[in-house]
Design a protein around this ligand. Structure first.
Ligand code: NAD
Ligand code: LMR
Length: 326
């Protein structure tokens, strides 16, 4: 019998997880032959609600779901897991920026980073979702030196998917026809959705849409889509965020097609002049469970200026959380 993959998930009684846990239990990350074990972490007052989520998971009778641990003890949740999805954190409301959450949420990631450092598997694959996701991942990485830093990532796949959807709609094409989209930078309004390398059914996207649309409509629409969802829904994106996490992890585990890539926020290796160690979104290709930053793309002056502005925002967020970095 194949050993189950153990996945820790924080904030497991929250909105995103209510869409995400069922997908993971169904095999959408690790594939149809791999059993999974869910380690669900919540704060103590939410344990009752978490029990209700467990009841529903049980009632689905997922053949791949080996067992479920519900706990408010981070050590129990994070011990020797193969993957850890850090979702648990406050969401923003209308009129807020994601960075307004930094003081409250940053503390969660320094504390959980320390616990992961103590009890985690060094090769554990980490995806940080709680906002501001890049800087929370940076805090977690600083507090977990025993964990392979390459494996500490943050979610920009939702932005990547949003960008593909906008381009498909503009060009009247199918989602599957679009390849090589890029999101650079921070999961914030400074992010840089970039169609420079994208193709639509084999044709250069930049030949199919005018530059004015790409610069003045596409970029702000994707970058502000989270706020648009909050305005429409009264609370932040949940099902699409859950889908982004599943896509992020499935690509990481199962790989990317040879002729495409995905966007992931990962520790910079200095590519494109981005400070080493900052958690920055790049295009990556993935093989055998390991990613490679695509580091040889020609970047226009217009995009480069925006990439640097996003880096500057991440530097400022890093300085704001200096007290949480050790
Ligand atoms: P939610 O409020 O519905 O759920 C959050 C859950 O986390 C709650 O159940 C809460 O009890 C729990 N929690 C809080 N502190 C915790 C801790 N220390 N340990 C364990 N659990 C804890 O929020 P949500 O809609 O699920 O969103 C969660 C986070 O994800 C927010 O910060 C939101 O802004 C962010 N988000 C990120 C993206 C992205 O693309 N990166 C997309 C959507 C939402
Ligand atoms: C999103 O992009 O939908 C999330 O980061 C939630 C938010 O606050 O916008």
């Amino acid at each position: 019998m194949t050993q189950p993959k153990r996945v820790a998930i924080t904030g497991a009684a929250g909105q995103i997880c209510y869409s995400m846990l069922f997908r993971i239990a169904n095999g959408d990350i690790f594939g149809p032959d791999q059993p999974v074990s869910l380690h669900l972490l919540e704060i103590t007052p939410a344990l009752g609600l978490l029990e209700a989520v467990k009841m529903e998971l049980d009632d689905c009778a997922f053949p791949l779901l080996n067992d479920i641990v519900c706990t408010d003890d981070a050590k129990t949740a994070l011990t020797k897991v193969d993957a850890a999805l850090f979702v648990g954190a406050k969401p923003r409301g209308p009129g807020m920026e994601r960075s307004d959450l930094i003081t409250d949420n940053g503390k969660i990631f320094s504390s959980l980073g320390k616990t992961l450092n103590e009890v985690g598997n060094p090769d554990c694959k980490v995806c940080v979702v709680g906002n501001p996701a890049n800087t929370n991942a940076y805090i977690l990485k600083a507090n977990a030196p025993n964990i392979n830093p390459r494996n500490i990532t943050a979610l920009t796949r939702l932005d990547h998917n949003r960008a593909i959807s906008q381009l498909a709609s503009k060009t009247g094409s199918k989602i599957a026809d679009i390849k090589q989209m890029v999101i650079w930078g921070n999961h914030s309004t400074t992010q840089v959705p970039d169609i420079s390398y994208a193709s639509v059914n084999g044709k250069a996207a930049s030949d199919l849409v005018d530059q004015k649309w790409a610069q003045e409509e596409f970029i702000p629409t994707v970058a502000k889509r989270g706020a648009a969802v909050i305005a429409a829904r009264g609370s932040s994106s949940a099902a699409s965020a859950a889908n982004g996490v599943v896509d992020h992890m499935a690509s990481w585990v199962q790989g990317t097609p040879k002729d495409d890539w995905v966007s992931m926020a990962v520790p910079s290796d200095g590519s494109y002049g981005i400070d080493e160690g900052l958690i920055y979104s790049f295009p990556v290709q993935i093989e055998n469970g390991d990613y490679r930053i695509i580091n040889d793309l020609d970047v226009s002056d217009f995009i480069r200026e925006k990439m640097m502005a996003s880096q500057q925002e991440l530097r400022e967020e890093r300085d704001t959380v200096a007290s949480l970095l050790s």
